[in-house]
Design a protein around this ligand. Structure first.
Ligand SMILES: [Zn+2]
Length: 69
């Protein structure tokens, strides 16, 4: 009987979550992080309009900031 291996799926999801957190931390420290899609520098958006987060100028990537970050 075959078993479905959900642990692998959960592992990859949490890895990408950690990567996003690290990415936000790097940008918060003033380091340049390039968009994985278009290779443009990602920008920290903390304006009062809209949700704060890290965004690509071209809109490929948009990562929301958590309150605790
Ligand atoms: Zn991009």
């Amino acid at each position: 009987m075959a078993k479905l291996d959900f642990s692998a799926i959960n592992k990859s999801a949490s890895k990408s979550f950690n990567e996003q957190r690290n990415l936000i931390k790097k940008i918060g420290k003033g380091e340049t992080v390039l968009c994985a899609v278009c290779q443009q520098p990602l920008k920290l958006s903390v304006s009062s309009v809209g949700e704060p987060g890290v965004k690509c100028e071209n809109g490929c990537i948009s990562i929301g900031l958590e309150v605790e970050v």
